[in-house]
Design a protein around this ligand. Structure first.
Ligand code: ADP
Length: 290
């Protein structure tokens, strides 16, 4: 230590103090700390990786679901299109086998082929409707019109074919002004009455009603037909779902009608419900705000 004293330093005043301090524990603590920091950084990285993966997977679930649905839809659509095509091919090949036959002699094959063409035209139309509804490109053309008159018109169209099948048909239709897409609501009535017709055996009855209920209209189509099993009820609005595939195909159904009906109702901010009991009958309730 240097001590300044009146401008000069006295040598005998200078002394050295040596301090010996043991810093081993601090060094050790610092080493531990560094080790702990590395380990916790590593664990943090690992945890954030796992959490990231978990969250990404969770976020991907709806995308994965809609992708699977899309793939399923395309597979079902291709299958549905392939069936009429192969039936048509078989009937047309049969025509070639007997080139000398007249049209009259081959009328059965021609009739069957035409039937398949009709089925395919309907199917492609339905597929287009659903594809447009998915892409939100299908805008509704809403106008104000009398829903009672529309339901009456559709009921009149069905009356002769109900009579032919000896179905007892009744209606209770109120005159109701509503704002909606006339063409789509016409399609909705057609789908519900067509199903009632397809799945109700001769001698049974079908009833349609349209009533005002608070600020909504309720459309009910009821039949005493084959009914739907309880296990199938929750799927009937799914695309391509048919509770009895062979019967539905024999009736010309492809399982898209109710999916379209549901879309039409939802596009009008309404709801559609089904109540059914096997071998007793089925009831469709549609409620749309006026
Ligand atoms: P489809 O073109 O096959 O009739 P839908 O989507 O209209 O297709 O109906 C789906 C399925 O719901 C039908 O295959 C049928 O099994 C059942 N279903 C619909 N309406 C009725 C009904 N009124 N009575 C009994 N079953 C019905």
């Amino acid at each position: 230590m240097n001590v300044k004293n009146e401008g000069y330093i006295k040598d005998q005043d200078v002394s050295t103090i040596q301090l010996v301090l043991n810093v081993d524990p601090e060094t050790q603590t610092l080493e531990h700390l560094a080790f702990l920091l590395i380990i916790s950084a590593f664990i943090g990285l690992l945890l954030s990786l796992v959490a990231g993966l978990f969250l990404a997977n969770r976020a991907l679930v709806p995308i994965q679901k809609s992708w699977n649905k899309q793939v399923e839809f395309i597979a079902d659509a291709s299958h549905e299109l392939r069936t009429p095509l192969s039936v048509m091919q078989t009937h047309l090949e049969l025509l070639f086998r007997r080139p000398n036959h007249t049209i009259e002699q081959e009328s059965e094959n021609i009739y069957q082929s035409l039937n398949e063409v009709k089925r395919m035209t309907k199917l492609v139309g339905n597929l287009l409707t659903l594809a447009r509804s998915d892409s939100s490109a299908q805008l509704l053309n809403k106008t104000v019109f009398n829903m009672g008159e529309l339901v009456d018109k559709v009921a009149n169209q069905f009356e002769p074919i109900f009579e032919l099948k000896e179905l007892h048909f009744t209606r209770e239709i109120e005159s109701l002004m509503c704002g909606g897409d006339q063409e789509r609501l016409h399609q909705l009535c057609m789908i519900l009455l067509d199903n009632a017709f397809k799945y109700t055996p001769s001698g049974e009855s079908i009833h349609i009603s349209l009533k005002k209920y608070h600020h909504s209209m309720t459309l009910i189509v009821r039949d005493t037909g084959v009914g739907i099993e309880a296990k199938d009820l929750r799927y009937v609005f799914d695309r391509f779902y048919r509770s009895d595939k062979s019967r539905a195909r024999a009736e010309g159904g492809s399982g898209l009608g109710l999916a379209i009906a549901k879309w039409i109702v939802q596009a009008h901010d309404g709801e559609i419900k089904v109540f059914s009991q096997k071998n007793v009958g089925t009831e469709f309730h549609v409620k749309i705000p006026l």
